[in-house]
Design a protein around this ligand. Structure first.
Ligand SMILES: *Cc1c(COP(=O)(O)O)cnc(C)c1O
Length: 373
């Protein structure tokens, strides 16, 4: 389509493409020196914490749950508004997902409701930083300490975000990131997990590759059931090229978010009944710029009308408990009213590194036309 602005688009520079070609010509294209270098760079960024890479951001969370020993009979609390991966990993390890409704302004899990959902069976919490917006991290870890819970941070969208001047991932318990194609930095598909010590890292390495560990000078041993989750050097080469630009990427996204607010103006919410995100240009990496639509327009109608104006719209996310798989477990309408409303009406406007300010202006103009009462 002519002049179409997608909601997201990866930007891979020529130096990165050249480094991928170099890997392809090297004779070693699976896990190797590039993965090791990528893990070292990430570790340095996360304040020297232990980091391992994987082939998705989903398996990192599943592996963190396994390392924490969470399984059948254990409850894990998470948010109803996330990519379904967040809850699926809880089922994958045989544990029971428990949802706590979201805060309507941050659209992240409401920590009061999270605390109210804690039972004697609760073993862990998986907070999600929607659009890259962190929670109140001090309160989150106070709750975890008070109730003796493990935390698996689903920071899939939060690379480059920070709290009190510290990068998300540089503190806390397990922290999981995704490098899927639409994320702020990508490896096409991939992820990494920040761990607490080498013992956990060794377990993560086993879960990453069939449970295999070295035994003696010439043998291997298998003592846990692992899967096949290793990152390739091809992916790591993309990641290294992207990671070098993380600061620039985050700064650009913050500028674009600021531009959205400037162009939409102070009266946009009153004039349209739509709800903008909270303004935060210090902590949030602006992975997404999300608007909750007024009830008088359906999301499908909005997306159709924006598409007719050459603007691509994303949809992140439907309320997880209302999917068939979760309804079959007993979840139903009315349990999480805020998440249900937001899950029906939330849309993501164009937001990516190469997006131009003039394109932000076009997206705003189109949205104002479509939403004007
Ligand atoms: C992208 C994403 C995931 C999953 O990451 P993959 O790398 O696609 O497995 C999980 N949670 C959230 C919130 C995400 O945005």
């Amino acid at each position: 389509m002519n002049n179409f602005i997608p909601f997201s688009r990866p930007s891979i520079d020529e130096a990165t493409i050249a480094s991928v070609a170099e890997v392809l010509r090297s004779g070693w294209i699976t896990t190797g020196p590039k993965v090791q270098e990528f893990e070292q760079r990430l570790s340095a960024y996360f304040g020297g914490r232990t980091v391992r890479t994987f082939n998705s951001g989903t398996c990192t969370m599943e592996i963190a749950l396994r390392i924490a020993g969470i399984g059948a009979g254990d409850e894990v609390i998470t948010t109803p508004i996330s990519w379904v991966a967040t809850a699926n990993v809880i089922l994958e390890v045989g544990a029971t997902p428990v949802f706590a409704d979201i805060d309507p302004l941050s659209r992240n899990i409401d920590l009061d409701k999270l605390e109210a959902a804690i039972t004697p069976k609760t073993r862990a919490i998986i907070p999600v930083y929607l659009a890259g917006r962190p929670l109140d991290m001090d309160r989150l870890y106070r709750l975890a300490a008070q109730y003796n819970l493990r935390v698996i941070e689903d920071a899939a969208q939060a690379i480059g975000s920070s709290w009190a001047g510290k990068p998300i991932g540089s503190f806390g318990d397990f922290v999981s990131f995704s490098f899927q194609a639409n994320k702020n930095i990508t490896t096409s598909e991939g992820g990494c997990l920040v761990l607490n010590n080498l013992e956990e890292a060794q377990l993560a390495e086993k879960y990453r590759l069939q449970g295999v560990s070295r035994s003696g000078w010439d043998g291997i041993e298998v003592d846990v059931l692992g899967g096949k989750y290793n990152m390739t050097d091809i992916a790591a080469a993309i990641g290294l090229g992207q990671f070098a630009k993380l600061e620039a990427i985050t700064a650009k996204r913050r500028r674009l978010a600021q531009h959205y607010f400037e162009v939409l103006g102070a009266d946009f919410e009153v004039a349209t009944g739509a709800q903008l995100p909270l303004q935060d240009f210090n902590n949030t990496n602006w992975h997404l710029f999300q608007v909750v639509l007024p009830e008088r327009i359906t999301r499908a109608e909005f997306m159709e009308k924006m598409k007719a104006r050459n603007i691509g719209i994303g949809f992140h996310y439907a309320a997880i408990p209302l999917f068939k798989l979760y309804r079959a477990l007993g979840f139903h309408e009315g349990m999480y009213p805020v998440a249900e409303r937001v899950g029906r009406q939330i849309v993501s406007l164009p937001m990516f590194y190469d997006l131009k300010e003039t394109e932000v202006e076009r997206a705003c103009k189109a949205m104002i036309e479509v939403l004007e009462k």
